[in-house]
Design a protein around this ligand. Structure first.
Ligand SMILES: Nc1ncnc2c1ncn2[C@@H]1O[C@H](COP(=O)(O)OP(=O)(O)O)[C@@H](O)[C@H]1O
Ligand SMILES: O=C(CO)[C@H](O)[C@H](O)COP(=O)(O)O
Length: 551
């Protein structure tokens, strides 16, 4: 039931475009999800490390899920619409038609996805410039950001793409343009992925130095010369054409967007934690770290003053919570790594068959299987002699080294289900150790974090959550709404509608604590030892590379 201080029946629609699917939700003023729908989206990998999507396919999926969540609702009650999406690069020509980002000339595939690593040579050259903008991305630019991808397009697809291009959008900004016709970019995407400064704007010298002076010459019209804070209302709201596509009324407020991890941050970080026995109770919000765990994991920590953390993206001003600086740590593949390890194992078909017979997900089955084989020990102790280094797609933070590879030590001549379950456990633990390494880097640079707020697909996995608590030694807060990223997107819509005076107010009203998972402190010694091994793994990997490089 709505409180007395609330408008009766005011709803917001949040749309979240993840790597693997598009989700939408109808959300009320208390942040409760009244309807949810999802729809998978296409991904292409035409070559190793080239990952592409289609903006038309994604928009179509947004329309399908939005129509579903508003079915049966009085449309006049919908006050605002917010989008978030992965930070993939969308390319359109001057008439806003898709352009190919591939050698095949397939213009349907007009998105270079965030996890695409084609621009390795370009990012090396960008990093060699040591330009001052790099201070604001942790000291080293990631191959997953937009500048190297743009340079790759100029150097590799000059005629078919670069010369014809009229608009380069971050995916969240593409969606808000599609809904409103407004090409203004969100401060979030430009600051986090495009080197824009909230205080100083674009830095001409950077673009000239890296060979993309074209943008300076036309006053950044192709990459954005109008910038709005996330949650700001765009133009005249939803256009009649987009309204028809989405099944919503024309003219409703549409917000400047957020990148998906940042929407997850808004969805969880501002919750009222009173009464849960948490160290962050009564402490500033800067003691909270939002960890958004899907295909990748993103670690969002905020501060009142800028904090420079080597290898951790940022500090970015006002890119997530207005008025706060943001540091963003990350692991490029987490959900994708778990899927990869499990699906690639010889016992996967057996696992699938058994999980299906029990109407369970393979992860629920594996978790119960681990409980069976652990006997009297805590489940985490099953990996005493099996250790994983999780950087199968390079290290995003805090080592910022895309050449790093995955490692497994402790393999046996076994391919049975027990073996698969224990390898899965070691992978989950390795991801949690990676989070511990990121937190230590952030703490070392001046952050003071006591509590983790987890969301995203992996937060539905109780083993993943417990391992993050045990291995970091911090309590993990899960939100009342599992789909907290969608709450973040709806918060944007709520702000754009004018129903809340600020993003902070909307966060406080719409994000809610659900379950709290505390660390098993009695297991600390075991995990401290495994962490020592974890750190040795990367040290050894670097030694091996040095040996092989030598004469
Ligand atoms: N119910 C679940 N139990 C365990 N893991 C899950 C569950 N649902 C999703 N996942 C994991 O979450 C990952 C996807 O998370 P999601 O947030 O949907 O990703 P994205 O936003 O990148 O599309 C998958 O790789 C899978 O490993
Ligand atoms: O770099 C990002 C955020 O800054 C990407 O958008 C993110 O890592 C991809 O998100 P997801 O794993 O949820 O699909």
């Amino acid at each position: 039931m709505l409180g007395e201080d609330q408008e009766p029946g005011s709803y917001y629609v949040g749309v979240d475009v993840g790597t693997g699917s598009v989700r939408a939700a109808l959300v009320d003023q208390k942040g409760v999800l009244l309807a949810f729908a999802d729809q998978p989206i296409y991904k292409w990998e035409p070559q190793f490390n080239h990952h592409e999507q289609s903006s038309e396919d994604i928009w179509t999926a947004c329309c399908v899920v939005t129509k579903k969540v508003v079915q049966g609702i009085d449309l006049n009650q919908i006050r605002g619409l917010g989008f978030d999406a992965t930070c993939s690069l969308v390319v359109l020509d001057k008439q806003f038609h898709p352009l190919p980002v591939n050698f095949e000339g397939d213009s349907h595939r007009n998105i270079i996805m965030w996890l695409d690593h084609r621009a390795v040579s370009q990012v090396h050259r960008i990093n060699e410039t040591k330009h001052s903008v790099l201070q604001y991305v942790g000291g080293v630019m990631s191959v997953e950001m937009q500048a190297p991808k743009l340079l790759w397009l100029k150097e590799n697809l000059r005629e078919t793409c670069w010369d014809k291009a009229g608009h380069f959008f971050d995916l969240p900004d593409f969606l808000s343009w599609k809904a409103t016709g407004v090409t203004a970019r969100s401060l979030c995407s430009l600051v986090c992925k495009w080197t824009y400064s909230a205080e100083r704007g674009w830095d001409d010298s950077f673009w000239k130095m890296i060979g993309l002076e074209d943008f300076v010459a036309d006053n950044y019209s192709k990459i954005g010369n109008q910038v709005l804070p996330p949650g700001a209302s765009l133009g005249n709201g939803l256009t009649p054409e987009a309204a028809k596509d989405l099944g919503l009324p024309a003219g409703i407020a549409v917000a400047a967007s957020l990148i998906d991890a940042h929407a997850g941050g808004l969805g969880v970080i501002g919750a009222d934690v009173r009464g849960h026995g948490l160290a962050c109770e009564g402490q500033p919000v800067t003691s909270r770290l939002a960890v958004i765990c899907g295909t990748s994991s993103c670690h969002m920590g905020i501060s009142k003053d800028p904090i420079f953390v080597p290898g951790v993206w940022g500090p970015y001003f006002s890119a997530m919570v207005p008025g706060f600086w943001l540091n963003e740590g990350g692991q490029s593949v987490t959900g994708k790594l778990i899927d990869h390890m499990v699906q690639g194992h010889a016992a996967f078909p057996e696992l699938q068959a058994k999980a299906t017979a029990r109407c369970q997900s393979v992860y629920a089955y594996l978790n119960s299987h681990l409980d069976l084989i652990k006997k009297a020990q805590p489940v985490g102790f099953l990996t005493v002699d099996l250790h994983v280094w999780p950087d199968f797609h390079g290290n995003r933070s805090p080592l910022a080294d895309l050449t790093l590879k995955g490692m497994v030590t402790g393999l046996k001549l076994s391919q049975d289900l027990d073996n698969l379950a224990i390898l899965y456990l070691a992978t989950v633990q390795a991801i949690a150790f990676g989070t511990r390494l990121i937190i230590e880097a952030m703490q070392g640079a001046g952050h003071s974090i006591s509590t983790l707020f987890l969301c995203g697909g992996l937060s539905k996995n109780p083993l993943f959550v417990q391992m993050h608590a045990d291995i970091t030694g911090m309590p993990v807060v899960l939100s009342q709404e599992v789909e907290s990223v969608l709450v973040g997107a709806a918060i944007l819509g709520a702000c754009a509608s004018g129903d809340f005076a600020s993003v902070q107010e909307a966060m406080a009203r719409m994000s809610k604590v659900g379950k709290v998972v505390f660390p098993r402190l009695e297991d600390k010694r075991y995990y401290d030892k495994k962490y020592q091994v974890f750190l040795k793994l990367v040290e050894h990997q670097k030694e091996y590379a040095a040996i092989m490089k030598g004469d």
